[in-house]
Design a protein around this ligand. Structure first.
Ligand SMILES: NC(=O)c1ccc[n+]([C@@H]2O[C@H](COP(=O)([O-])OP(=O)(O)OC[C@H]3O[C@@H](n4cnc5c(N)ncnc54)[C@H](OP(=O)(O)O)[C@@H]3O)[C@@H](O)[C@H]2O)c1
Length: 280
């Protein structure tokens, strides 16, 4: 598996399994099957309400804990809960995570970031990250962080390549992990002729070409899927390489246009909502 070297020298696999909008049963199945077929990166979150299920999938896969790069995210309702990290670890059934994010710049997010730094120092999080931070939130965080995060998780795909944000990331050697890497399954993205053309050349599907593009952009990528055939395809992307010209022709698709537009009202709603965590 190709890896990305983080600013604390940790290595993160370039491809993982995402679990947003997967029910506990689906997440358990996807995580177990993905790990059994060679994945080593799993992404979940407090808010997905499937952390216990991901933990079960990890254990049932037979893959050793130390061979899994496990990523999860604290939700804003947990930022001021001083037991949030331990409760997250308990749900996952692990004594550390490889990557711990704060999910949204909502509520008392600085308290959330302090929890990440504390968990990092205590060895409960081997690396830390921010998710959906940009603009004024990122500017503010940069004046406050004691530990520079290793990752940022943001929407990114060929229609929206985070060109502006990447200037700041490069300055601090913060790596990008793409969410909605396949446009959340949007067929207009996958049906762009360039992906069929390159897929024909390399014997790959359009989705595989898009995912390979992410890794060649230097992004880690965590496509979500509950379909074992898709999960298999999404891992099978590292045996070909897009040329510079091919990367350039994909770059022409960039419309600087995201699928998901977050409003201030939504951020306030995020801060007020507490996930209904799985009980057992
Ligand atoms: N930090 C954040 O705020 C945030 C927000 C959103 C997502 N995320 C993370 O990012 C991950 C990825 O985002 P996402 O799952 O929303 O979107 P995505 O990965 O862009 O797309 C998922 C969709 O694509 C389909 N798909 C997957 N592989 C495919 C393939 N090989 N061929 C055709 N269709 C395929 C899936 O359907 P099937 O199930 O049928 O395969 C699903 O409908 C999430 O799972 C989550 O871990 C984070």
């Amino acid at each position: 598996m190709e890896t990305i070297k983080l600013n604390n020298n940790l290595q993160c696999p370039v491809v993982g399994i995402g679990t947003f909008m997967l029910s506990p049963e689906e997440a358990e199945n996807s995580v177990r099957e993905a790990l059994k077929m060679g994945y080593s990166l799993v992404d979940t979150a407090n808010a997905y309400v499937n952390e216990r299920a991901c933990g079960r999938g990890m254990r049932d896969s037979g893959v050793k804990r130390e061979n899994i790069f496990l990523s999860t995210k604290l939700w804003p309702s947990e930022y001021e809960n001083e037991n949030a990290v331990d409760e997250t670890l308990e749900r996952l059934g692990v004594d550390y995570v490889d990557l711990l994010y704060i999910h949204q710049p909502a509520g008392n997010w600085l308290a959330g970031y302090r929890q990440l730094e504390k968990a990092y120092k205590a060895g409960k999080a081997k690396s830390i990250g921010i998710s959906n931070f940009e603009g004024k939130y990122l500017d503010e965080l940069m004046t406050q962080w004691e530990i520079v995060p290793q990752f940022i998780q943001m929407e990114a795909h060929p229609y929206f390549t985070q060109k502006e944000l990447r200037k700041t990331l490069n300055k601090y050697d913060i790596k990008l992990m793409s969410w909605y890497p396949l446009g959340h399954g949007d067929t207009s993205l996958m049906n762009e002729p360039v992906f069929a053309e390159l897929g024909g050349k390399y014997g790959k599907t359009p989705a595989q070409v898009i995912l390979r593009w992410h890794t060649q952009m230097g992004f880690a990528v965590i496509p979500g899927s509950k379909n074992v055939d898709h999960i298999k395809d999404n891992l099978d992307i590292l045996d070909f390489k897009l040329t510079d010209d091919e990367m350039a022709s994909i770059a022409t698709l960039d419309k600087d246009e995201r699928y998901y537009h977050r409003t201030d009202e939504q951020l306030a709603g995020f801060a007020a909502w507490r996930p209904d965590f799985e009980r057992a």
